[in-house]
Design a protein. Structure first.
Length: 223
């Protein structure tokens, strides 16, 4: 959950959940990095994705603590996320047509966003609901393609895919609602921040469980 969702009115519980999510994210990064370099089993784009998310979350947290405007970093976060997860799903999809779809949809989306930023660069410096929605929903489409393939093949990154579909769909809804909360009560805003914090923690726990199932020495790979 990008830190711009938080405010000075965030409760202790929200901060506790957020920092717990950061801790689980760090564990995930360490475990998947170990599995990649020592066991040569984890997907390279997935490891890059975890490293990118950790760096961005750390940067956003610093900006939040120093009361800096971090909205431009939010756009970097979502653009980087679609690139890395797009490459990740392209690498594990089974059919050439699906890989081609991922490639071209990713290129077209980045071109659209690039044109938007060129026409009005201020869109890159503020809350860009269009960029958030299109990148998140496109990742969901990639994940659903992978779900379709898993009906007749090994359940590779199965639990992560469940987590990413659930998290991106629900968080996108919260982003849409959050865009309307400017004039609403602080209690409603706090409820949105709290829910998003728990969703983020659940998402990272899905990733951790995926590692346990797929890469733990006590389990078979990709089941």
């Amino acid at each position: 959950m990008p830190s711009f969702w938080r405010s000075n009115r965030s409760s202790i519980m929200v901060d506790l959940v957020i920092y717990s999510a950061y801790f689980v994210l760090l564990i995930n990064l360490v475990l998947y990095t170990y599995s990649f370099f020592r066991l040569e089993k984890a997907n390279v784009f997935f490891v890059f994705y975890l490293a990118f998310v950790f760096i961005m979350q750390f940067s956003l947290e610093l900006m939040y603590r120093f009361a800096m405007n971090n909205l431009f970093a939010i756009n970097i976060f979502f653009i980087g996320q679609i690139i890395l997860l797009g490459l990740f799903y392209r690498s594990i999809l089974k059919y050439r047509q699906q890989k081609t779809f991922v490639t071209w949809s990713l290129v077209v989306t980045l071109l659209i966003l690039g044109i938007q930023f060129c026409i009005d660069f201020t869109q890159f410096l503020k809350f860009n609901l269009f960029a958030i929605s299109i990148t998140s929903l496109l990742i969901v489409v990639y994940a659903l393609l992978h779900f379709y393939n898993m009906l007749t093949s090994n359940k590779e990154y199965y639990y992560f895919t469940i987590g990413v579909v659930f998290y991106l769909l629900t968080s996108t809804i919260l982003f849409l609602v959050g865009n309307l909360t400017i004039g609403l009560s602080n209690e409603f805003k706090l409820m949105s921040w709290t829910l998003n914090a728990f969703l983020l923690l659940a998402y990272y726990l899905f990733i951790l469980f995926q590692w346990k199932v797929s890469f733990s020495s006590k389990n078979k790979i990709n089941i």
